[in-house]
Design a protein around this ligand. Structure first.
Ligand code: CO
Ligand code: CO
Ligand code: CO
Length: 326
């Protein structure tokens, strides 16, 4: 959904004001935070989407990893989940069983049960999870809190939007997209567990609004600017080559239209790579702001924990703009 369109749709809705709601939709965060009578904080999110890959098991795994990601992006620990299934009746049961198996295996990897769900007949298939988690009071990560002097660490490569679109158009082979498919299936659990040992000032996961869109949410909520270093970004192997074709998904074009005005670029940048910063991601990595002096240790611990793409990709600066330099 075009971010501007979504703003219009959500505009002017009546809102019940609940004293126990710690974090609602005001700062476009990854999940809501709700205080239980015991004082513990509940984290609540939902995500579902149409198939991004052909293999039904991979699709289920990716959708589940993506849904769980919003809980990890809040420094939450998932507790349980519900399936959301919109399945065309015309497809065989085995196919949907494979999708659900992909989701179920991810839930086991996350250490949670899928406790139920709901299925409807739909022309266009969709799958995802409602995920409930918990976060220690005072320790949840939001878009607010990034400070000048912080660096930004990204934990997965970029490029899943153009790669999944190219898979659909058969302009890239599944074998050339293998690293992106594996990356989308990867839980952000290990990344979040390592980052939780550092002083994270702000964190989100990189999904549909692209790297720039989600960065902008941090910049806006934290009232800061961001400087990105294009050469520091990790990209999935097929992404650079596919970016030359310019055949990005619709979401990437609307991200560029909507967030382009918040961005200033140094002269002489590779425009194909700049486009990849706007590319709408599926099950992307965490983007975390933390003090510069902790960055080297955090990156090396992330890599040791199997988060091999982890890299410092930019820094928080004064002002309200995003600047991209070489
Ligand atoms: Co998110
Ligand atoms: Co989400
Ligand atoms: Co029902």
């Amino acid at each position: 959904m075009d971010p501007a369109e979504l703003d219009r749709i959500l505009g002017g809705l009546p809102v019940y004001s609940d004293a126990n709601l710690v974090l609602g939709i005001s700062h476009k965060d990854d999940a809501a935070v709700y205080r239980l009578p015991s004082g513990e904080l509940l984290v609540q999110t939902v995500d579902f989407f149409t198939p991004v890959v052909d293999d039904p098991y991979d699709y289920g795994s990716i959708a589940a990893a993506n849904s769980l990601s919003d809980v990890y992006a809040m420094n939450g620990r998932p507790l349980f989940a519900l399936n959301i299934c919109c399945f065309p009746r015309k497809h065989p049961a085995e196919l949907w069983n494979a999708v659900l198996r992909g989701g179920a295996d991810k839930a086991i990897e996350a250490g949670i049960a899928i406790v139920g769900g709901h299925t409807v007949d739909d022309q266009e298939p969709k799958y995802g999870l409602v995920v409930t988690g918990i976060v220690p009071p005072g320790k949840y990560w939001t878009n607010e809190g990034a400070k000048p002097g912080d660096v930004l660490i990204l934990t997965k490569p970029l490029g899943t939007g153009i790669i999944t679109t190219s898979l659909k158009n058969e302009t890239v082979a599944v074998t050339d997209a293998a690293d992106a498919i594996a990356g989308m299936k990867t839980l952000n659990r290990a990344a979040a567990e390592v980052l939780a040992r550092y002083e994270v000032h702000s964190c989100t996961d990189v999904t549909g609004n692209g790297l720039i869109g989600h960065s902008w949410e941090i910049a806006e909520a934290s009232r800061v600017g961001i400087e990105f270093h294009l050469s520091a970004f990790p990209f999935y192997s097929a992404a650079r080559k596919l970016a030359e074709s310019g055949k990005f998904p619709g979401g990437t074009f609307s991200n560029k239209r909507y967030y382009g005005g918040m961005v200033e670029e140094s002269a002489g940048l590779d425009e194909n790579l700049v486009w990849l910063l706007f590319d709408a991601q599926t099950s992307g990595g965490l983007l975390a702001a933390l003090p510069r002096e902790q960055a080297d240790s955090a990156v090396s611990e992330l890599r040791k924990a199997g988060v091999h793409a982890a890299a410092v990709v930019g820094e928080i600066i004064e002002g309200g703009k995003i600047h991209i330099s070489a």
